[in-house]
Design a protein around this ligand. Structure first.
Ligand SMILES: [Zn+2]
Length: 481
């Protein structure tokens, strides 16, 4: 048997307003190139970096949420290499003394808990971005390249796992859970398609005799799906090589989205020697117990805890995941739950009415401006038979689109349940006389035609009558004929 052994290195962009070592804005999307730049992030000689306190706090929060030890003393180092997107010729990162170490994430994989240990989390600055101009979008196909430094100096945390992951699915689940935690903390958007979360994977195959294989690295996978696909491909490729009795070469590979395969980028012989040395312009990072405690107190309830709490409310695992995967939705659920006790019913209203509305309109929950009290009030009115479910749905839609208070809509448009039987009987008589064909059918024994007649009555009442009441009254009238 061949066992895949996978470790991940994840870069997450921290959502600070300013860059890691200067006061330039971190905005870089849809901006003209080289606008949010200054001598510090452009790497001019003789300038002094100053560390962004917020970025350090965010990194510590990530460490705390991922069960890490936070170093009281850590430092910055220069990682030296030459590349055109790196104006200084080195990147400021952390080498031997990272800010956080020895954490873990517990994942649910097929009903079992799988612990993935985290080796370290460190802070570093992002590099600039190269734009390759020419026939294709790759360097080899371009006539020349341009550099945009808007992204240079944006704070990143690099999260490095131990090689505890044993399948492509586990790798995907880890990355999804990590992103969720970062989003709960509010420290990173985690948008993979925008490059806010980037993942490299190390992978090797362990043989039956327990012999560790040579590993390859897959660089910059840009979606959860691609990560899983790239790893599946690479596992197959390595196993094929081993089956032929050959050896896997240590190299860096790239996931080619078009060809759906990994291709070699460079072998180990060409791998850079970074010649790390301590950054002389930045003082060491000292973290006090007081600072740690303060940051700890700011950490919200995390996804794992929330799942547990929801499962205890007897929501199904699928329902729980729907809620937990969106913190804004889940926060709203919690607020509504405090006023309205029935978790299952509340969840059903949220998933059926709200989520379908979001899907149809391609919105996210945070885009909605919805008041938990008003939402609950509407459900309670249905529970108490004050309005019908179809009316509640209609009012809810109006509330979401026009922002009008649901109670005001109900009163203004007279949408409360019609309990007045003589009023209903009048409508029923009209419906019967206007639909003689259906009535004939009913008389001939086609009893299901009553549903059509009920529908006609409901239309006349604008959905304000109870279905059961209408059906009973209709049968009574029809039986008289
Ligand atoms: Zn700057």
């Amino acid at each position: 048997m061949y066992k895949p052994v996978i470790g991940l290195e994840v870069h997450a962009q921290l959502s600070t307003k300013t860059k890691l070592f200067c006061s330039c804005s971190t905005e870089h999307e849809n901006l003209p190139p080289n606008t949010n730049v200054c001598p510090i992030c452009m790497g001019f000689p003789g300038v002094l970096p100053v560390v962004n306190k917020k970025a350090v706090e965010y990194a510590i929060k990530a460490g705390l949420a991922l069960n890490c030890e936070i170093s009281n003393y850590s430092k910055f180092d220069r990682k030296n290499y030459f590349y055109p997107d790196l104006p200084k010729g080195y990147q400021i990162s952390q080498y031997d003394l990272p800010l956080c170490r020895n954490g873990y994430i517990d994942l649910y994989v097929d009903g079992e808990i799988k612990r993935v240990r985290i080796k370290r989390i460190h802070l570093e600055e992002d590099a600039g971005k190269l734009l390759h101009i020419g026939s294709g979008d790759r360097l080899s196909e371009s006539d020349y390249s341009l550099v945009d430094f808007n992204r240079a100096g944006i704070p990143l945390i690099e999260i490095v796992t131990e090689p505890d992951i044993n399948s492509p699915k586990e790798a995907r689940l880890f990355l999804q859970e990590l992103r969720l935690i970062l989003r709960y903390l509010g420290i990173s958007s985690g948008d993979m398609e925008k490059g806010s979360l980037r993942c490299d994977a190390n992978i090797s195959i362990q043989t039956e005799e327990g012999k560790f294989g040579t590993r390859t690295e897959i660089k910059n996978v840009n979606s959860f799906f691609s990560l899983e696909k790239a790893l599946e491909y690479e596992i197959e490729r390595q196993i094929e090589i081993l089956k032929r009795g050959e050896e896997v070469i240590q190299e860096t590979r790239h996931w080619d989205e078009k060809k759906q395969k990994t291709v070699s980028l460079r072998s180990k012989e060409e791998a850079e020697d970074y010649r790390y040395f301590p950054e002389p312009d930045l003082p060491p990072l000292m973290v006090t117990e007081e600072m740690k405690n303060k940051l700890k107190s700011e950490i919200p309830e995390l996804p794992a805890k929330r799942r547990e709490r929801y499962l205890a409310l007897e929501l199904s695992p699928v329902d729980v995941e729907i809620l937990v995967s969106d913190k804004d939705l889940s926060d709203f659920f919690d607020k509504a739950l405090r006023i309205y006790g029935n978790a299952k019913n509340l969840h059903s209203w949220l998933s059926v009415e709200i989520l379908s509305y979001l899907n149809e309109n391609k919105l996210e929950f945070k885009d909605l401006d919805i008041d938990p009290e008003k939402f609950v009030k509407l459900i309670e009115m249905v529970d108490k038979n004050e309005i019908t479910r179809p009316v509640a749905k209609e009012v809810l839609r109006k509330y979401l689109t026009q922002k009008e208070d649901p109670l005001v809509i109900i009163e203004k448009e007279g949408l409360r349940v019609v309990a007045d039987t003589s009023y209903l009987q009048d409508i029923i008589k009209n419906v019967i006389s206007n639909n003689s064909k259906a009535v004939e059918d009913w008389k001939k024994g086609k009893k299901q035609v009553i549903n059509f007649l009920v529908g006609q009555v409901m239309k006349e009442t604008r959905g304000r009558a109870s279905l059961d009441v209408v059906k009973n009254l209709l049968e009574e009238e029809l039986n008289k004929l």
